[in-house]
Design a protein around this ligand. Structure first.
Ligand code: FPP
Length: 266
């Protein structure tokens, strides 16, 4: 079992949060909707893109934390299909930041044996960025540490539609189309579903993110804006998760079933 004591000084705020974390009840997959970059920038009278730039530090720290905590999968929502509607200059900056991030962080991904993947309709991306992303995916494919997914040009409904198309392409018989057949054709095929979905900046929405995969995820919404999201916020989310009782539509252990029918739904 993981020992977290080396991850922060015991007397620090992070150290106190870590001491409360149960290493045997960690989520396997954490997915994050990174939100609030624009508000972070506006509150400082800066252009929106300054918020995205500041958000890179949170990305870097969160990936590192997830690897050090021994999580299996971390998925970050970097760019939705709807984000293509933003002003051209903002889209270009986001793509440039992604490219810059990959160039700067590839060595760190290797050092930490992180396996990098991309979720989304990549055909919509500039060829140079697509090439860079695919290069990083191929270069880290043999790693056995954290699996780090970035969702780019991503839409949950589009992902399900793509899986349906693959089913038709594969010529499956009607009886063979079940949940496993769909899951095997999602962008996350072979990965565990998220146990914990974190959203920053206080918005209570799932925004078309991993719609199929979050069916039973616990949701943690923090008012913290993404550029301010630090290790302690990540730990607070994990502690919140560990305080939840997961029921997957069933009933509590040992709970009496009134009238012989379980009414519990979620
Ligand atoms: C939401 O904030 C954030 C995004 C649309 C982009 C997130 C991207 C990054 C943090 C940088 C690139 C990512 C990686 C993985 C290198 P918003 O602009 O919608 O904020 P607002 O709701 O306050 O306006």
């Amino acid at each position: 079992m993981k020992d977290f004591s080396a991850l922060a000084a015991p007397e620090s705020e992070e150290g106190r949060l870590l001491a409360r974390l149960d290493p045997s009840r960690m989520p396997r997959h954490v997915a994050i909707i990174m939100d609030g970059n624009g508000r972070w920038a506006r509150s400082r009278r800066l252009p929106r893109v300054a918020g995205h730039r500041a958000g890179i530090r949170s990305v870097r720290e969160t990936v590192e934390s997830a690897a050090r905590l021994g999580l299996e999968v971390l998925t970050l929502y970097a760019f939705s299909q709807e984000n293509w509607k933003r002003p051209r200059s903002e889209v270009d900056t986001l793509m440039d930041l992604l490219q810059e991030y990959l160039r700067k962080e590839l060595a760190t991904l290797h050092e930490n044996r992180i396996r990098f993947s991309v979720l989304g309709r990549l055909a919509a991306l500039r060829p140079a960025i697509r090439g860079e992303l695919e290069g990083a995916v191929a270069a880290t494919a043999g790693h056995d540490g954290l699996r780090f997914n970035i969702a780019i040009s991503y839409g949950g409904r589009a992902e399900i539609a793509d899986a349906c198309r693959a089913i038709v392409r594969d010529g499956l018989a009607e009886e063979a189309v079940d949940e496993a057949a769909i899951a095997a054709r999602l962008y996350t095929a072979g990965q565990p579903d998220p146990d914990l979905l974190i959203r920053t900046s206080g918005e209570m929405r799932v925004s078309n993110f991993l719609l199929w995969q979050i069916a039973y995820a616990e949701i943690h919404v923090t008012p913290t804006l993404w550029p301010d999201f630090r290790f302690r916020h990540f730990l607070e989310a994990l502690l919140d998760y560990q305080g939840r009782e997961r029921r997957y539509g069933g009933i509590e252990d040992g709970e009496e079933i009134a009238g012989g029918a379980a009414a519990a739904r979620g």
